[in-house]
Design a protein. Structure first.
Length: 433
């Protein structure tokens, strides 16, 4: 089957300008990109000067299945991904049971294939049951299809365990993806140890709870040579440590979430678990360091850390509610509206951090729009402004601090391997041949 997208706008790699293009999809592949394509057999879709980007790639999501299907399933999570313009997501191992054995990897891959909304890349656990005591069989996990190892959800507390994990991961060519959190510093806290915590008498989580692990792990990885990746980086200190490690030529990478780029603790209006996530929203200074780090390349990619929870769980108050917010369906519009339209980031930078860079980071053959590549792509409306409405989410999670915010940049169509997985409305004139 052939599909022809007419009159889209594509970002030109060289000039970084938007250029008008037609794109012909043949089966799973981008067959042709040109300023004018005619094809009698193809189904035509008039894109009417909407932006076409490579399908977004999110290296950090929680799909919750198996074990927490009340929060999300592989089907709902990947449909949410499609609605947000994502075609590839890497899912974290803190399921029940965790992704620490081959059958769980196989189950996830099968269910993802069945759902058909997006490519799912499982991330295997570092330690058995994520308990920090014993390493998983990373070799078997890799053979089954994991793209990296992580104990996300918890930090690896033992330096010795982390060192052994790095040695093993290095031998297998797997990146170590670290949730950096020192329990002795973080335990019991629910927000950043800053102004907001003081004002409401809440126990804080200091920045060093994260940066101590970043520093430790960079030291551990130095001689081993493993690819070490920092999850949801949140503090100025951590950015500085990654910057220094990169300058020394170490293979260290980092991701940042949309919420850490857009909010700080002072933006939390009052204790509200929709603003509770791990790591917590930090200070204004930290937020500025994250934007700077993203711009200068210290931070390689944007990842959502999509962490759905039920409303019941989130209604337990600031101290008892679980950490985490959803992100797949709001990431691009929020960042486009609040960083690109304000001039802090260019459109090219934003797209790169959500497509080409994450693909490169895990060595994936996606993330670029070019002839011969897999037809993963997203069509985006940059012109209309609409509010974020959690009741319209395809995710089971409604937990977002951004409900009611007006944003531009909504994905209106998503193609995964040439198949349309999301179509916002019939605002396009579609011609059958
Ligand atoms: N980020 C969060 O606040 N929560 C994540 C766990 C994690 O990413 O560490 C979750 O699984 O809910
Ligand atoms: Zn985490
Ligand atoms: Zn996470």
């Amino acid at each position: 089957m052939k599909t022809l997208l007419k009159n889209g706008l594509m970002l030109d790699e060289q000039s970084k300008k938007l250029v008008k293009r037609d794109i012909l999809i043949d089966g799973e592949i981008i067959a042709k990109i040109a300023s004018e394509i005619e094809d009698e057999e193809a189904m035509q879709i008039e894109v009417a000067e909407k932006l076409i980007t490579p399908g977004f790639i999110d290296l950090h999501v929680h799909l919750r299945e198996p074990g927490f299907e009340q929060k999300e399933t592989i089907e709902t999570g990947t449909y949410a991904a499609a609605r947000g313009g994502f075609t590839t997501v890497a899912c974290m191992p803190n399921t029940r049971p965790p992704i620490d054995s081959v059958p769980i990897v196989e189950e996830i891959l099968e269910k993802a294939e069945e759902a058909g909304y997006a490519r799912v890349l499982p991330i295997g656990a570092i330690t058995v049951r994520q308990l920090g005591q014993e390493l998983t069989d990373m070799e078997a996990l890799k053979k089954a299809g994991v793209v990296a190892v992580s104990d996300d959800g918890v930090g690896v507390q033992s330096s010795k365990m982390m060192k052994e994990a790095m040695r093993k991961a290095y031998a297998l060519g797997l990146p170590v993806v670290a949730h950096c959190e020192d329990n002795s510093l973080a335990k019991g806290g629910c927000v950043h140890d800053g102004e907001f915590a003081k004002r409401y008498g809440l126990q804080g989580i200091p920045s060093e709870a994260e940066s101590i692990h970043v520093a430790r792990d960079i030291l551990l990885a130095e001689d081993i040579g493993v690819h070490y990746h920092v999850c949801h980086i949140s503090s100025e200190q951590s950015v500085r440590l990654v910057r220094e490690a990169k300058a020394r030529g170490q293979k260290v990478t980092a991701e940042v979430t949309p919420h850490h780029l857009l909010l700080c603790d002072e933006d939390i209006p009052e204790p509200n678990p929709m603003f509770k996530m791990n790591p917590p929203l930090r200070s204004k200074k930290d937020r500025e360091a994250l934007i700077q780090g993203l711009k200068d390349g210290t931070i390689d990619v944007i990842a959502t850390d999509h962490a759905p929870h039920t409303l019941l769980e989130k209604q337990q108050g600031m101290e008892r509610a679980p950490f985490g917010i959803v992100g797949l369906e709001t990431a691009f519009p929020l960042l486009y509206t609040n960083l690109v339209r304000t001039g802090e980031l260019t459109l090219a930078e934003l797209i790169e951090k959500m497509t080409r860079k994450p693909a490169e980071l895990f060595g994936l053959p996606y993330g670029v729009l070019a002839e011969g590549k897999v037809a993963d792509m997203t069509v985006i409306d940059l012109e209309s402004e609409r509010p974020i409405d959690p009741s319209a989410f395809k995710s089971k999670g409604r937990n977002t601090p951004f409900a009611g915010t007006y944003v531009y940049g909504w994905p209106v169509m998503t193609f995964y391997k040439g198949v349309k997985t999301w179509d916002q409305a019939d605002i396009f004139v579609t011609f059958e041949e």
